[in-house]
Design a protein around this ligand. Structure first.
Ligand code: GLC
Length: 473
């Protein structure tokens, strides 16, 4: 099969969040299974020079956007078995940051249309376009209204994957005429709840809709998680399902990770101890042999459950433990952690940045990994943590529920510590259970760490499920 994966980010070229990991690893796994896979991305300013200089320029063409004809260049590069196409338009993509511009709606409407337009010019007509998140959500709409009548597009199918319902892509009605170029009579395909909603259109028009874990798929059909989109998703149950993401087993491997102070494996765990000591050295934490390090690596935004941490952080710090945080986000939470680091010197380390090398060092050096998300479509960090022998503490939601099974402290069965209700003291209780386990149940602790490190979190299984759906279309 020929599959074109459309996304706003994909590692190694450009990665802002979990989508970047998925858009790298899933195409790679599908290609390894013998499918013909290509990925298409915007050519951003922040893509490293070393990649750009090796790209091959193919041609340029015009993308019709309502009454305008907009330039698009196409570059190509092969990375392993996967072909990458890059859409070049400096006005839209040669900017210092990837997201967060006033015209993001227009930038990604342009990108989505350019992806379809490009197919007339390259020698790769896919069987399926797999469009991801709101940035690529207009692809089914454009296909329906502008390309379907062209014979080459006649049998093209679309899959749409929701990585996070928090960001849906909304625009005022005027956008329909000014950018999308669709008429009043076609508006019903994209108008929802008083505005245009890109995700709504993809959910209605794509042949299949997926999200990134089974639990999140169920949650999205309820108003608490799916909000205004829950009824729409319930209405398309027949074509909507969840497939739990994997992680790249080569990339996230403590035996191979070049960023670690010391590599390690289940058979030789000494490197994890060294990693902890050196991490403390680097972050200026006390070398307290007894105390576990509790880590958080996260975007510092509301739905990651940070208000729970804010509520009980001082109580938490009454325990014998250290806290290491890595991430950026809302000023409120950035300042919370900066404040804690100032108040508990040697015990709290706040790293308000994103740095994948430091992330690896933290996954390896920590003992426990806290992820109290209010909602979590899948979450990759908990799986990475388990692979690095760091025990997760999570709220039972979305992908966290599907990947972290509660530990029975007596038998050492299970994968992590969990709590159900979104309540700060329930979270603290889970932290306490984890600390007790860490201090008092050494043999069981070892067993959990070993089992977690041995668990297959690879893409193998998920890729088979995607393939089955592509084929069913
Ligand atoms: C989004 C979600 C995260 C998921 C990732 C990849 O970033 O918030 O839970 O793991 O997408 O699908």
């Amino acid at each position: 099969m020929k599959i074109l994966f459309a996304a706003a980010e994909a590692a190694p070229y450009i990665k802002i969040g979990g989508l970047g990991d998925v858009a790298y690893a899933l195409p790679k796994e599908l290609a390894a299974k013998g499918e013909e896979v290509a990925v298409v991305l915007p050519l951003y300013k922040s893509i490293k020079e070393k990649y750009v200089t090796e790209m091959e320029f193919l041609f340029d063409f015009s993308v019709p956007l309502a009454w305008r004809q907009v330039y698009a260049g196409v570059f190509r590069q092969k990375c392993g078995e996967v072909t990458y196409y890059f859409i070049d338009n400096e006005y839209y993509f040669f900017r210092d940051s990837v997201y967060g511009h006033y015209d993001d709606g227009e930038r990604y409407a342009y990108f989505s249309k350019a992806v379809l337009e490009m197919l007339q010019h390259i020698d790769f007509m896919p069987d399926v376009i797999h469009a991801n998140d709101w940035q690529c959500a207009l692809i089914p709409l454009f296909l329906k209204h502008f390309y379907r009548q062209i014979p080459a597009y006649g049998s093209l199918k679309t899959m749409f994957t929701i990585h996070n319902i928090e960001y849906q892509g909304q625009a005022p009605f005027s956008f329909a005429g000014e950018v999308l170029g669709i008429s009043e009579s076609q508006l019903a395909d994209v108008a929802y709840d008083g505005c245009l909603n890109f995700m709504f259109s993809a959910i209605c028009l794509a042949d299949k809709v997926t999200t990134v874990s089974q639990s999140y798929a169920e949650e999205l059909k309820t108003p608490y998680y799916g909000k205004e989109m829950s009824s729409v998703l319930s209405g398309v149950s027949y074509k909507f399902c969840g497939i739990t993401n994997g992680i790249d087993a080569d990339l996230f491997n403590p035996q191979k990770d070049v960023h670690l102070f010391h590599k390690y494996s289940i058979k030789a765990m000494g490197g994890k101890k060294i990693s902890k000591r050196k991490l403390r050295e680097q972050l200026g934490l006390e070398q307290d042999e007894e105390a576990p390090i509790v880590a958080m690596i996260s975007r510092l935004v509301g739905h990651k459950g940070l208000d729970l941490v804010q509520y009980v952080c001082h109580e938490m710090m009454e325990r014998r433990m250290q806290l290491v945080v890595l991430g950026t986000g809302d000023a409120e939470y950035e300042n919370l952690f900066r404040g804690l680091a100032a108040q508990y010197p040697g015990r709290v380390s706040a790293n308000i940045c994103f740095n994948s090398e430091l992330a690896s060092k933290i996954y390896a050096g920590a003992d426990l990994f806290l992820m109290p998300s209010k909602s979590e479509p899948c979450g990759l960090s908990q799986m990475i943590a388990m692979r690095y022998g760091t025990i997760p503490i999570v709220r039972e939601t979305g992908g966290l529920k599907d990947t972290v099974w509660p530990i029975n402290p007596e038998t050492g069965e299970g994968r992590g510590f969990t709590f159900k209700s979104y309540n700060a003291h329930d979270m603290l209780d889970a932290v306490d259970r984890a600390l007790y386990f860490y201090y008092e149940k050494k043999p069981e602790l070892k067993k959990v760490i070993r089992n977690n490190m041995e668990t297959d979190f690879s893409w193998q299984n998920a890729a088979m499920q995607y393939l089955a759906i592509y084929q069913s279309m």
